[in-house]
Design a protein around this ligand. Structure first.
Ligand SMILES: [Zn+2]
Length: 330
């Protein structure tokens, strides 16, 4: 398949002349002259924002995400129609999903929202709203947003990670999402924890079928289980418990920070990003920004290890803002 650019949806749609999604009103040529709509398709809520040409937030709405696929497409179309009515303008549409489109089939894969898997989401939404849409995973959206006007602004290459209920990553370089022939660039969460100790090897079994994925060590549920045993899933109180003097909580946080440092050290050795941005629920744990950089330096080859590690500026909105920016690069 020829390379149609960094976005899954373009590869998926452009390869299918005659599909509904090729009815294209020249959205890419609109540049920043019109409104940009971003949609974050979450497991429970679907959110839309409108960013104007200056990047200012003009509108935000949320609706519950329906359990069925036709309902999801209808909800997205209804949110776009509502947003266009309220802003009085037509705009480009980008969608962030907790999964990706297969470059081979154009169908959604690896979404934790089961209704989406195996569906041609970009083409179905395009047919419903009468224009091409761009779809990518939520970590790429985080990277896009933070690189544009967030914690990664002014840096050339931004590696953004989500550490929350899951663990993912995205790369934006010179304003463009890096993606590749497999659509897997930045898929950091399902690579193994590097420099495993004997006690860590081979690591917990992951939902993806592998053992020892970073997600099984770094996500919120993984931290909770490491601290409080199998079945524990909420890591939210662990920092406060550690601060109150609980040794078990402090030890779990220390292991978690060391593992994150190893995982990011590997990224520095391969990609050497100019900045690493942390998003997702665990990015609120402030000790990470002090503890991880010196730990990471041990794993970066050579005599320099100065990659800044910073918290996402747009917080929970990074994904939806990034989705709105999916048409920023041609
Ligand atoms: Zn995995």
């Amino acid at each position: 398949m020829p390379n149609h650019g960094p976005f899954d949806s373009r590869a998926g749609t452009a390869a299918r002349p005659g599909s509904a999604a090729t009815a294209r009103p020249g959205a890419a040529g609109l540049g920043l002259t019109r409104m940009r709509f971003g949609i974050d398709l979450g497991g429970t809520k679907t959110e839309i924002v409108a960013l104007d040409r200056d990047g200012a937030l003009r509108l935000r709405h949320r609706r519950p995400t329906p359990p069925d696929y036709p309902g999801i497409v209808e909800t997205i179309a209804a949110l776009v129609a509502q947003a266009e009515r309220e802003t009085g303008t037509r705009g480009t549409v980008g969608i962030g999903i907790p999964g990706s489109l297969s470059p081979a089939t154009g169908l959604v894969r690896n979404a934790n929202s089961q209704a989406l898997n195996g569906q041609k989401l970009d083409r179905d939404v395009a047919a419903a709203i009468g224009r091409e849409v761009r779809v990518t995973n939520d970590a790429n959206c985080l990277a896009m947003s933070e690189a544009a006007d967030g914690a990664g602004a002014g840096h050339r290459t931004v590696f953004a990670v989500i550490i929350g209920t899951g663990c993912g990553g995205g790369i934006v370089s010179s304003g463009r999402i890096l993606d590749g022939p497999n659509g897997t660039a930045g898929e950091w969460g399902h690579t193994p924890l590097p420099w495993m100790t004997a006690a860590e090897f081979p690591g917990p079994r992951c939902w993806c079928g592998r053992h020892g994925c970073l997600e099984t060590f770094l996500s919120g549920p993984a931290l909770a289980a490491d601290c409080d045993g199998p079945g524990a899933r909420d890591a939210g109180a662990i920092p406060a418990r550690a601060a109150a003097g609980e040794d078990r909580a402090a030890a779990a946080l220390a292991r978690h920070a060391d593992r994150l440092a190893r995982a990011l050290g590997l990224i520095a050795n391969i990609l050497d990003p100019d900045v690493i941005v942390l998003g997702g629920g665990l990015s609120n744990m402030q000790h990470l920004y002090a503890k991880v950089p010196p730990l990471m330096a041990r794993h970066v080859l050579g005599d320099v290890a100065r990659t800044p590690i910073v918290q996402a500026r747009h917080g929970d909105s990074s994904g939806v803002f990034g989705a709105a920016r999916l048409w920023d690069s041609a």
